[in-house]
Design a protein around this ligand. Structure first.
Ligand SMILES: [Cu+2]
Length: 314
């Protein structure tokens, strides 16, 4: 039987998946068994102790039975302790990453994920990892609480501003697996998903080499287009003229934009850079001041590339 496919559980693709599903099924079937016993007993008692004649008296009051009470305390206690041991073993295994784990820094922001590989020196919006390699994620948020969930790996942890949470996994097969944010984090929460791409070690090395300098061989505007999705601007800004959470970028270069405080500004390099770094200073009329500041997140080269990209959107 192919144990990686199941009717109601997602595909199994990490070293945790088997034991998590095993515990899940254990809890499930114990609950099903008790449910069946209780329902059958209820039905049986309803019939057996129903009042048969209008003048029949209530059944005798039984107040105490030491044997019964000990039994129904001891059996559940043993079951619950066994479940605790199973759960605790799995929990420790999932908390403590092996010492040879590869590190990836994860940042959650409304409404996108970004991944930085401190050792490899690359950044991406899709997590790429080698198969059969323990990976430790060090995660934080720049705004509200998010939660990082990879169903196929059976692992999940909250991502909290001002704090680091970690999570580790080891993928057991190559492929592309869905990543969700599972903590409601505002308007576009349901779009806050990405993927983890599990590749062979050779493919991983090749990917790192290509990702090390994403601007290589590209014009600033082309590089800006990559950053537009990689840095999460895509969650709020469109490039086709339609209004999203924020104003569209199409056709704004050189025009005069009315601001909330009554002033107007011309969209030029200085204004676009200021909008990225201190978005609360010039808030565009008709929009909420919810854009997260990108001060310190974008390098000068990346800022220039985004400016060039916005300029290119005629
Ligand atoms: Cu979120």
């Amino acid at each position: 039987m192919d144990t990686t496919k199941s009717v109601w559980l997602p595909e199994q693709a990490s070293t945790f998946a088997n034991s998590v599903d095993w515990a899940f099924n254990l809890y499930l079937w114990i609950s099903v068994a008790f449910f069946a016993i209780i329902v059958v007993l209820i039905a049986y008692f309803v019939v057996k102790y129903a009042r048969k004649r209008p003048d029949q008296l209530a059944t005798a009051q039984i107040v105490h039975n030491t044997f019964l009470e000990t039994t129904w305390t001891a059996i559940p206690l043993i079951i619950v302790m066994a479940l605790f041991v199973v759960g605790m073993k799995g929990y420790w295994n999932m908390r403590v990453a092996p010492s040879n784990a590869m590190q990836v820094d994860v940042t959650g922001r409304k409404w996108a994920w970004s991944f930085d590989y401190p050792k490899e020196g690359v950044s991406t919006d899709t997590l790429v990892v080698p198969v059969h390699q323990p990976v430790r994620l060090r995660m934080t948020s720049t705004d509200v609480i998010h939660s990082f969930f990879i169903p196929a790996f059976r692992t999940k942890a909250d991502v909290i501003p001002g704090r680091y949470h970690s999570l580790w996994f080891e993928a057991t097969k190559t492929g592309v697996f869905q990543v969700f944010c599972t903590q409601y984090c505002g308007t576009n929460h349901s779009y806050m998903w990405t993927a983890v791409k599990v590749v062979t070690p050779d493919e991983f090395q090749a990917w790192v080499a290509a990702a090390a300098d994403p601007s290589k061989g590209k014009t600033p505007a082309e590089f800006g287009e990559i950053l537009y999705s990689q840095k999460g601007c895509v969650a709020c800004h469109t490039v086709d003229g339609s209004t999203g959470i924020g104003p569209t970028w199409k056709g704004i270069w050189g025009i005069s934009v009315p601001l909330e405080d009554g002033r107007s500004v011309t969209v030029d390099e200085a204004y676009v850079k200021k909008s990225m770094n201190e978005p609360a200073t010039d808030v565009v009329k008709g929009f909420q001041p919810i854009m997260p500041p990108f001060q310190g997140v974008l390098s000068d080269k990346e800022e220039d590339a985004l400016v060039a990209y916005i300029q290119s959107l005629k």
